[in-house]
Design a protein. Structure first.
Length: 152
């Protein structure tokens, strides 16, 4: 097996990697020592603020999901990619905050216009039967790593 080194991404490299949005995995702590609630999600990223934005679908078969993703819950979010230049990944942790109509101020509206959250149809139900909720992660910590190149 080949020995692969990693190096920390610069802020510029991290912003470039995240800027187009994409998919990743979000994990939420659960009560009573149960395994974390982890799900694949689409995300958008605002390099001006460093915030991540998520669109969660809640359908008729998602009983309990809304309890897990309630406002002000601690989460970790991971996104990664592998290209010809090697692998890259970013891990962000912090509190998840729901974006409601009443909390939609001009700064949030501007940020939402700057991000593109991909719509990935992986639902068991027709999208018109789902409720979509939007959340923001203002991370306490963000760490990006990439595969080291020969000159690193």
């Amino acid at each position: 097996m080949e020995d692969v080194r990693s190096v920390r991404m610069s802020e510029e490299e991290r912003n470039e990697f995240l800027d187009h949005g994409g998919t990743g995995t979000i994990s939420v702590d659960t009560p009573s020592g149960e395994p974390p609630y982890s799900r694949p999600v689409s995300y958008g990223y605002d390099p001006e603020t460093g915030n991540f934005y998520f669109r969660f679908a809640v359908g008729p078969d998602d009983a309990g999901k809304t309890d897990v993703v309630d406002d002000d819950v601690m989460v970790s979010f991971v996104t990664h990619d592998r290209t010809d230049a090697g692998w890259r990944s970013v891990v962000a942790t912090g509190r998840l905050e729901e974006i409601t109509k009443s909390a939609l101020d001009s700064a949030v509206a501007d940020a939402m216009e700057r991000v593109a959250i991909p719509f990935v149809d992986v639902y068991d139900s027709h999208p018109l039967t789902l409720e979509f909720r939007f959340f923001r992660l203002s991370p306490d910590d963000v760490a990006g790593k990439r595969e080291a190149e020969a000159g690193d």
